[in-house]
Ligand binder design. Structure first.
Ligand code: KG4
Ligand code: ZN
Length: 347
């Protein structure tokens, strides 16, 4: 089965072609193209929806063209449009203008090429980035029940997967998402947008213990998170110091990263024990954070739990993950029945 997938929920414009073997769960990436407008958002310190959508309008056709051009040949030879089984597209959650660009393009192509269309929830896409085979040597096996920690710019959620078809949301953030906290604190520290990778980079020079920030809700009985208090605590510290030198920026970055990571790990481990899961899946842009991966790995190694983390370029927004979810949940519909749902969540 071959799927062309499209993702435009936030500021990226992405298209990919994946194939899935029918007899097993093996997903292969045949092409993967991502265009980002983040350089434009650096000037404003965050995404301006109108600017993101205008850029996506420019990028969408060239990105899809490139995904088709770059598609690796298979046993059927070079990709022919007639060999595509379906078009998958992100329908939500996300920015309405951005979502519509991907959806309307997917609809048009589906109509012209006479292909069915598969609507995909972006959040489930992030989780399914874990089901993509990225090396030819290793057979990928994910044992259920699995617990997914989804940590992106807009979401922080813990989701229990009993199987490919049974999902249960067990907790999430009550205010800011983990990525949002990184981004907002990055802005307070005058670091380049997006804050997550910038904080990770400068925190390497930070001294542990120079600053200590709260670990919100770390001891709460539920599986919810809250990061806005952390942001407020960092803001208070910055105001107190008036002018920060380079070392203080690094120290505050390290303390911020530590607080976020500790809360994420504590809640994930607690949920893993309570639900007796066999695997942990990380997903979303924050899962690209090396320290989060290392610390999660060392915590889980004592518990005999498998940890799966997609490679960094599949943690941040991409279309391969959208194709992967669609391949595992192949429920094609007619192009005219698809609609954007900016508020889509786990149902
Ligand atoms: O999943 P994603 O690409 O887009 C959304 O669906 O939101 O996630 C973007 C978020 C941003 O908040 C960004 O700061 C964060 O992921 N991020 C990171 C890292 N790379 C991206 N946060 C911490 N460490 C990183 N290395
Ligand atoms: Zn995302």
């Amino acid at each position: 089965m071959k799927i062309l997938s499209i993702e435009t929920s936030c500021d990226e414009t992405a298209a990919a072609i994946i194939s899935k073997e029918l007899q097993n769960d093996h997903i292969t990436i045949l092409s993967n193209v991502v265009a980002s407008s983040f350089a434009l958002h650096s000037k404003t310190g965050g995404i301006v929806p109108e600017i993101a959508a205008r850029e996506q309008l420019k990028f969408i056709i060239p990105v899809i063209e490139k995904a088709i051009e770059n598609c690796l040949p298979t046993e059927e030879g070079k990709l022919k449009i007639e060999n595509l089984d379906a078009i998958a597209v992100t329908v939500g959650p996300g920015l309405i203008g951005s979502l519509l660009i991907g959806i309307e393009t997917a609809k048009t192509l589906a109509y012209i090429w006479k292909k069915p269309i598969i609507p995909v929830n972006h959040l489930l896409g992030h989780i399914y980035a874990n089901f993509i085979q990225t090396t030819n040597h290793k057979q990928l096996t994910i044992n259920f029940p699995a617990l997914a920690l989804l940590v992106s710019g807009g979401h922080t959620d813990l989701v229990l997967l009993k199987s490919h078809t049974e999902f249960k949301w067990i907790g999430g953030t009550l205010d800011d998402a983990a990525g949002e906290a990184f981004d907002k604190i990055g802005r307070l520290l005058d670091l380049p947008y997006p804050g997550g990778p910038s904080i990770e980079k400068v925190s390497k020079k930070g001294v542990i213990g120079s600053f200590v920030f709260p670990r919100p809700m770390i001891g709460s009985k539920d599986f919810n998170f809250s990061f806005s208090g952390l942001k407020a605590a960092v803001a208070r510290e910055i105001i107190k110091l008036e002018k920060l030198n380079e070392q203080q920026v690094a120290d505050i970055s390290k303390a911020t990263q530590n607080s976020i990571i500790q809360v994420l790990i504590r809640k994930t481990v607690k949920a893993a024990k309570e639900y007796n899961v066999k695997s942990i899946l990380l997903g979303g842009g924050v899962a690209a954070n090396q320290k989060l991966k290392e610390k999660m790995y060392s915590q889980l190694s004592t518990l005999n739990l498998q940890l799966h983390v997609p490679p960094a370029h599949l943690c941040t927004d991409n279309a391969v993950m959208i194709g992967a979810y669609a391949a595992f949940h192949y429920k094609p519909i007619l192009w005219k029945n698809i609609t954007a749902n900016p508020q889509l969540y786990f149902n």
